[in-house]
Design a protein around this ligand. Structure first.
Ligand code: AVI
Length: 326
């Protein structure tokens, strides 16, 4: 059995740690306070996200899996077996675990901000695919969308890229374009397979982000515990409640934490007073019409875009190629 290689790319210098605190503090001091959704994914948050994906209301993961079940051989079967497969935001590698038998890449490279979670996933993968070289990169691509291309662990020549789960939806359209451009560069004339949530009825969308059991509420509130650890702030989770509303104009779910009462939050070097019902924006989750996302992929340098969807058209999987002019 091969032992997974693990590389942490984002181990912070003291300066970077200070810059991170400064960025969080600036976000909290904006008129509309914001916390980056990357802070959802501490160890507990990653587990809460896994629980979300098992909820009846959270249709994206289930629907994407149905698309892979129905069309997996068609989507992945033609990918050449001599190329590395890079999964962005690999999480606990559960999706890769189900799909790798169709792809058989020369190596699997998982990139994920929650390093501990990724390491656990790679260990499981190594039991299931003992012959396959496995590489984990602990890397936060929300800090820089430029993925380091020259790392020997990424292999040379064309690479196939897998970005499932509609994580692209957590970037605004400009950032999504930049990120897909970086993917085109990273793939070096390989193939991208990407899962993207679609626009649908508001009730279905809002239920997916505000489930009856309160798992998404816990996921959202847990961001405050993570911020308390990073910033040494004193958020009290019981002073906040979760909301998730669909903004039709912008085609995105907006998640906020709303102050239940007047409250004051302090941290070394700063403080913010919140009025009752004042909120902190924690996440956007954009929903894309297939024609608009196809257009974005073409703008980013991809061609031959093909789309697979489910009978309700609740989710879409795109496969696209990078072909540089000869
Ligand atoms: C990771 N990402 C695609 C999820 C989403 O649907 O935007 C994060 C999430 N937030 C609330 N529920 C799930």
């Amino acid at each position: 059995m091969t032992t997974p290689t693990f590389i942490q790319l984002s181990s912070f210098s003291d300066l970077e740690a200070l810059q991170e605190k400064e960025a969080i503090s600036q976000g909290l001091l904006q008129e509309q306070a914001v916390i980056s959704p990357k802070y959802f994914y501490d160890n507990l948050g990653s587990r809460l996200f896994e629980a979300i994906t098992a909820l009846d209301e959270y249709y994206p993961t289930r629907t994407e899996s149905q698309i892979f079940e129905a069309h997996g051989p068609e989507i992945f079967g033609q990918l050449p077996h001599d190329r590395p497969l890079i999964e962005l935001g690999a999480g606990s590698c559960r999706k890769a675990e189900r799909l790798l038998h169709w792809m058989r890449p020369s190596r699997f490279v998982g990139i994920e901000i929650a390093a501990e979670f990724l390491q656990e996933g790679l260990t499981r993968l190594s039991e299931r695919f003992p012959e396959m070289p496995l590489v984990g990169l602990g890397y936060d691509f929300s800090r820089s969308l430029d993925i380091p291309l020259s790392l020997p662990e990424l292999g040379t020549g064309p690479r196939d890229i897998f970005y499932p789960g509609s994580s692209i939806g957590n970037f605004d359209p400009d950032q999504a374009l930049k990120l897909t451009q970086s993917m085109a560069a990273l793939s070096q004339e390989g193939t991208l397979v990407i899962g993207v949530d679609t626009v649908k009825e508001i009730d279905t969308l809002e239920a997916a982000y505000d489930d009856a059991l309160g798992v998404t509420a816990a996921f959202n509130l847990n961001v405050l515990n993570h911020i308390n650890r990073v910033l040494m702030s004193d958020f009290a989770t019981q002073d906040w409640r979760h909301t998730a509303l669909f903004n039709e104009q912008e085609s995105r779910i907006e998640m906020h934490l709303v102050a239940k009462r007047k409250t004051r939050v302090s941290w070394p070097g700063g403080e913010r007073k919140f009025r009752e019902n004042e909120s902190i924006l924690t996440e956007y989750s954009y929903k894309w019409l297939p024609e608009d996302f196809t257009e974005l992929l073409k703008k980013a340098g991809f061609s031959e875009v093909e789309v697979w969807t489910d009978p309700h058209q609740w989710f879409a999987v795109y496969r696209a190629q990078v072909r540089n002019p000869a």
